[in-house]
Write a protein that binds this ligand. Structure first.
Ligand code: NDP
Ligand code: X2W
Length: 343
């Protein structure tokens, strides 16, 4: 099946190209670029200098004729304009940006912009693959989750569903490699700012706060407030989320672990780690795995959940391909049988 990527010169696109290159059913025939149309892929990605693929200008009409699915890997605000006309014409859309993840009012408040026009915001399906597969299989437009919400929700949702944490806010301490900020030039992404440095940013105002809370309520069935503290750590890739909440009565670390193993028994990309074998970013690097682990501190009664993903794979391009696989009825793992790169 022919597919296209919009936003061809970014990190998310590079990862989509890597994954789709080995996909058995999807053929990446169109790369759409706003900055480099008319050029070639190898000009912007020297690591792909052996591939000759042109970068093309956006033409929605032509795209709808030529491909059956389009991945949007551009910043927020692009897909809300360009994706609905494609979806109207039956092209499957998978959006890596945040345009279709929040309800209208929330979007206005946290993105400071107008949400996508009715009815596409309502019709879009939030693509957390492990939790929304039946809806994803029918979806016209898939809102791929953000990287931090993916890691957080995969650890948090089983706890909410099983009642293993008491009511009250959940603290989400989240650390990310700098590729999460994209390939654009920013002072906070410079080597001298990131190397041998760690820093929180957007504390209390990050857009992933409403995304986590909204989908924790919608999927997990329980209103939950989160205190979300994103931080940059001196790595290229990887996210480690540690969440804290008071455990409900009777839940030990071992019991939580067994319960969550059962929840993800048939999920090919979620690996629930045994007590002591805690998730590590290097164990998932370059792969679509999310590793999660749980501890209940007997002295304080606090439950600690830990989740590691590669932000560009399970946090972006990998989950996007997983969602295409679900949508098309292909094996969920098609193109994604990537072992982590270690060390
Ligand atoms: N990096 C990550 O870990 C994750 C990213 N995401 C989301 O995925 C999307 C892509 O992210 P990522 O690849 O990291 O971002 P990058 O900044 O690396 O790339 C985005 C690309 O979008 C294109 N683009 C189109 N219009 C514009 C514009 N007005 N301004 C700037 N760029 C534009 C550019 O490609 P061209 O010039 O070829 O058009 C650019 O290279 C974003 O929405 C991001 O929030 C989601 C989860 C994780
Ligand atoms: C390290 C870093 O900067 N990370 C990005 C999150 C990447 C992501 O998931 O972005 P979207 O929700 O916009 O798709 C950030 O904090 O904005």
């Amino acid at each position: 099946m022919k597919v296209a990527v919009v936003g061809a010169t970014g990190y998310g696109s590079a990862e989509l190209i890597r994954i789709l290159h080995r996909h058995p059913y999807a053929d990446l025939t169109q790369l759409i670029s706003s900055s480099t149309a008319g050029g070639e892929l190898k000009e912007v990605f020297p690591h792909l200098s052996h591939l000759s693929q042109p970068l093309e200008v956006w033409d929605g009409e032509a795209l709808a004729e030529e491909v059956e699915a389009v991945f949007f890997a551009a910043p927020a605000g692009i897909s809300s304009r360009l994706a609905p006309p494609l979806a109207e014409r039956g092209v499957r859309v998978i959006d890596l940006a945040g345009d279709f993840r929040l309800e209208g009012e929330e979007y206005r408040k946290w993105y400071g912009a107008e949400p996508p026009a009715h009815p596409w915001l309502e019709r879009a399906v939030y693509g957390l693959s492990e939790w929304s597969a039946p809806a994803i299989r029918q979806a016209e437009l898939i809102a791929n989750p953000g990287c931090y919400p993916t890691a957080t929700l995969l650890a948090l949702l089983p706890l909410l569903q099983a009642g293993s944490i008491a009511d009250g806010p959940v603290t989400v301490d989240a650390k990310s490699g700098i590729s999460g900020a994209g390939r654009g030039l920013k002072r906070t992404s410079l080597f001298a700012e990131v190397n041998e440095n760690m820093f929180p940013y957007q504390v209390g105002v990050h857009r992933h706060t409403p995304e986590i809370e909204g989908h924790a309520a919608r999927i997990g069935g329980r209103e939950t407030q989160v205190i979300f503290i994103p931080q940059i750590v001196p790595m290229s890739r990887g996210i480690l989320v540690t969440l804290y909440a008071p455990a409900a009565a009777g839940w030990t670390g071992a019991r939580v672990t067994e319960m969550v193993k059962e929840v993800y028994r048939e999920a090919p990309f979620v690996r629930v780690r045994d007590q002591g074998a805690w998730p590590r970013t290097k164990d998932v690097q370059g792969s679509n795995f999310c590793d999660i682990g749980f501890h209940v501190d007997e002295r304080t009664g606090m439950l600690v959940g830990m989740a590691a993903i590669d932000n560009l794979v399970k946090g972006a391009a990998g989950q996007a391909v997983q969602n295409l696989n679900l949508r098309m009825g292909w094996p969920e793992t098609a193109g994604l049988d990537l072992l982590p790169q270690y060390p």
